[in-house]
Ligand binder design. Sequence first.
Ligand code: PLP
Length: 373
Amino acid sequence: MKIPFVDLTAQYKSIKGEIDAAISEVISKSAFIGGPHVKSFEAAFAEFCNVKYCVGLGNGTDALSIALKTLGIGKGDEVITTALSFIATSEAITMTGAKVVFVDINPETYNIDVAKIEEKISSNTKVIIPVHLYGQPADMDPILKIATKHDLKVVEDAAQAHGAVYKGRQIGSIGDMACFSFYPGKNLGAYGDAGAIVTNDEDLAVKARMIANHGRINKYNHEIEGVNSRLDGLQGAILEVKLRRLPDWTESRRKNAYLYNEYLNNTELITPTEIDNVKAVYHLYVVRVKKDQRKELQEDLKSKAISTGIHYPIALPNLKAYEYLNHTEDDFPEATQASREILSLPIFPELQQSQIEYITETIKERGRNNFPK
Ligand SMILES: *Cc1c(COP(=O)(O)O)cnc(C)c1O
């Protein structure tokens, strides 16, 4: 049984009629940049996130750097973020001219360890970027408390967490601003690159939109220099169709995650933990395997045509790109260890129970042979 890591074709087939009609409409109206489809998607996504404003952008990385620029972040400033994420999170900080300051992770949730944030705060610190990694909400209450105490802003990296909920609050509505990616493989994915910033602050929304559109207030009147990072009409129309299905897809992801948890109970693998009172949306389903077993298990699954991934194999501070920060692996022991033990199993909405049975049986079969108790 061949099991891909994600199956975007299966998803497209299930909504083909609506998607094709939406695409035709954009083309027939030549509404390629901005226009009614972008506007109505922005309104729908703001409502979905329970915020007042949504600014559609070219991609999630730009959403992060534009959010930081909107907050006035630049050279001389420091921005705190987690040691385990996709490089876009830290790249966006550097792009503004600010310095990236990493914090180790909580080994159970893989999110930023809130107990280790304060020791990294200096007089130059301006922003904390928690990442809701794998669709698991970061522990926002202590983060907000620290931010208030030290007069910092909070920008959520919600690129993996569309629709997640933290203690009754929608992810995206908790920080000063939140950034989403609609990269095709994300829980809400476009058919190309796309992203957005959401916020409840009108001034921030207006400024972010201005920066994303060459710093203009109208056609050739530029108050500042900005960038070109706009959500295009085709993506807006596609995203609006897909947003209507997102709650169902999220439920399928969650159901699949809980099936995995059940089937992998009593194995050597450590399954994901949700902190109290959250709704995780399982962008990824990540288990932990003892380091020296991971490669073999991954190859075993591959030989049975089951695709897996590692998110991420090198913790951010250990990347060559951050050599200049002179960190050692001992500075971030939890992120470093996690990066050697984590394995992402397929978890897309269309994944069938029988496929999860097959995957977990394959894992257990291997366990019977190779993981002596
Ligand atoms: C995907 C992702 C991004 C970047 O989004 P793009 O749309 O690919 O630029 C940022 N942060 C995290 C955690 C991501 O997973």
